[in-house]
Ligand binder design. Structure first.
Ligand SMILES: [Zn+2]
Ligand SMILES: [Zn+2]
Length: 108
C-alpha cells in the first residue's frame, strides 16, 4: 500500500516495523523517521491508527497483549467498516467496541 508520494523512509519499511514502533522497541532516530513518514503518508498513518487502536483497546480491556479471539473478531469487524468508509478510525474502534465490553472495560 502506498500513497504514490516519494518518501525518505519506504512505506514497506514503515509497515514492516509498525509493531516495533508501537512498542517503542526501536531507537529514537528510527521513531523520528517513522513520525515524519506518518505526517507525509496517509495510508501508513491510517494503518498505524488502526493498529494503535487495537492495541489500546486490548490493553484497556484485558491488561495484556493477549487478544481474546472474540474480541479480535469484533475489532476486525470494525476495521472492515473503517476500510469501507462506514466508520472513523481510532476513536470509533475503541469507543464503540469497548462499550460492548462493559464488564471488562476499566480505566487503569
Ligand atoms: Zn507510507
Ligand atoms: Zn506514502
Amino acid at each position: 500500500m502506498s500513497c504514490g508520494e516519494p518518501h525518505e523512509t519506504d512505506c514497506s519499511e514503515v509497515l514492516d516495523h509498525l509493531y516495533e514502533f508501537l512498542d517503542h522497541e526501536m531507537p529514537d532516530s528510527d521513531c523520528t523517521k517513522f513520525e515524519v513518514h506518518f505526517e507525509e503518508c496517509s495510508p501508513c498513518l491510517e494503518k498505524y491508527g488502526l493498529e494503535q487502536a487495537v492495541k489500546k483497546l486490548v490493553k484497556r480491556c484485558c491488561g495484556s497483549d493477549d487478544v481474546p479471539a472474540d474480541l479480535r473478531s469484533k475489532v476486525m469487524g470494525r476495521i472492515d467498516l473503517i476500510r469501507s468508509g462506514q466508520a472513523v478510525p481510532d476513536q470509533d474502534v475503541t469507543a464503540t467496541t469497548a462499550a460492548e465490553y462493559p464488564a471488562t472495560a476499566h480505566e487503569a
